[in-house]
Design a protein around this ligand. Structure first.
Ligand SMILES: Cc1cc2nc3c(=O)[nH]c(=O)nc-3n(C[C@H](O)[C@H](O)[C@H](O)COP(=O)(O)OP(=O)(O)OC[C@H]3O[C@@H](n4cnc5c(N)ncnc54)[C@H](O)[C@@H]3O)c2cc1C
Length: 336
């Protein structure tokens, strides 16, 4: 690990100044990085994937670790709320059940106790070519995505190219399905970014996975009150039952009208694309339909219509289709 300076700001403004001043005049892309739980940042620093000269500790700032709101106004989640807090919060469990399920699906209790919501959304990809210190892949400034023709069992089947990473966060697809936004503070002030505009695909920016600037930090995640929140669910398939990242996952949020037809729906795939993958054609198809086995099968087909599997990951297509059917059946109250 490269030696680095440690900064303990006590306010958001101070944290931004620490980030900005390290970046000014530096030709290093990430001269300073914020740290929250540290579980991902420290690993990437040990692998030399990230080499910040300064690490800015967000945990010395008070007040970023609260969940506030109610089912009528929506949720405001501080960036330092940990995943255990999220999965155990009574309001989240009762009114945003998919979010509690997504948080619960992450790793182990120890990791959930330490990992924060902000850090979970900003964690780096798990592609082993990206993580290996010795490999200079496309995302690290090299000339090739080795996953494209190499060991690509865990890589993207949708939206890939020129890099085939998948986004590792379980919270991200669910929060996109719930229509959430992030509040961000940087040297130029505060902005609120809808999460479906926050994540960036490799062909927009090969080095980054989101639109945050070097001096910006997420301070809050805002989840609006919405008719789909109460019928939300998150289903994830992982290789090891004990703990693992998603090979495929589905975040579904549905609102049924009085006659049991679909009035609103959001269906977002995880573990299959470089960004949380919204399935707009499938969502459109579902509107006005009564959920039935045939409707679920066609929805699943449409959700994966654009899939372009690599040599070793075609299994993800039927896997994700099955999860789509099951998630919709569960959210819609059908027998699976
Ligand atoms: C063994 C293991 C298994 C895991 N399995 C899963 C899994 O199945 N599903 C899943 O979703 N995750 C999984 N994770 C990831 C884990 O949830 C993340 O490590 C954690 O959420 C990151 O949170 P953190 O607070 O530790 O982030 P940190 O390591 O502190 O930060 C991660 C990144 O986010 C940036 N960052 C942190 N906070 C902010 C902020 N407020 N604003 C801007 N940037 C910020 C940091 O600079 C860094 O780049 C796993 C991790 C481990 C170690």
């Amino acid at each position: 690990m490269k030696a680095f300076e440690w900064a303990n700001p006590t306010t958001i403004g101070e944290a931004v100044k620490f980030l900005k001043s390290a970046s000014a005049g530096s030709d290093v892309d990430e001269a300073a990085r914020p740290i929250a739980g540290g579980q991902d940042l420290l690993t990437t620093m040990k692998d030399y994937t990230t080499r910040p000269a300064r690490v800015v500790n967000l945990k010395s700032i008070r007040g970023l670790d609260r969940i506030q709101g109610n089912a009528k106004t929506g949720l405001t989640i501080g960036a330092l709320v940990n995943l255990t807090q999220l999965e155990e919060h009574p309001l989240v469990r009762a009114s945003f059940p998919g979010l509690a399920e997504a948080a619960h699906s992450v790793a182990t209790p120890q990791i959930r106790n330490l990992g924060t919501v902000g850090g979970n959304l900003c964690q780096r990809p798990r592609c082993w070519y990206f993580r290996l210190e010795e490999v200079n892949c496309l995302k690290k400034g090299g000339s090739e995505c080795y996953a494209a023709t190499g060991e690509n069992k865990y890589n993207a089947i949708l939206g890939g190219g020129p890099s085939y990473i998948v986004h590792p966060s379980d919270l991200a697809p669910m929060l996109v399905a719930l229509g959430a936004s992030v509040a961000v503070v940087g040297a130029d002030g505060r902005r609120v970014i809808p999460l479906d505009k926050f994540f960036t695909s490799p062909n927009e920016n090969i080095r980054r996975e989101n639109v945050l600037r070097n001096d910006e930090i997420i301070t809050q995640i805002q989840v609006p009150a919405s008719p789909v929140a109460a019928r939300s669910t998150y289903l994830k398939f992982k290789e090891r039952e004990s703990m693992d990242f998603a090979m495929a996952s589905v975040a579904a949020a549905v609102h049924l009208s009085g006659n049991k037809t679909v009035a609103q729906v959001r269906l977002v795939l995880g573990g299959v694309a470089p960004i949380p993958w919204r399935t707009l054609e499938a969502e459109q198809f579902l509107l006005g339909k009564t959920l039935s086995a045939d409707v679920l099968a066609e929805t699943a087909r449409l959700a994966l219509k654009g899939a372009r599997p690599l040599d070793k990951n075609a299994y993800k297509v039927p896997l994700a289709q099955t999860l789509v059917r099951r998630a919709l059946a569960k959210a819609g109250g059908m027998a699976a």
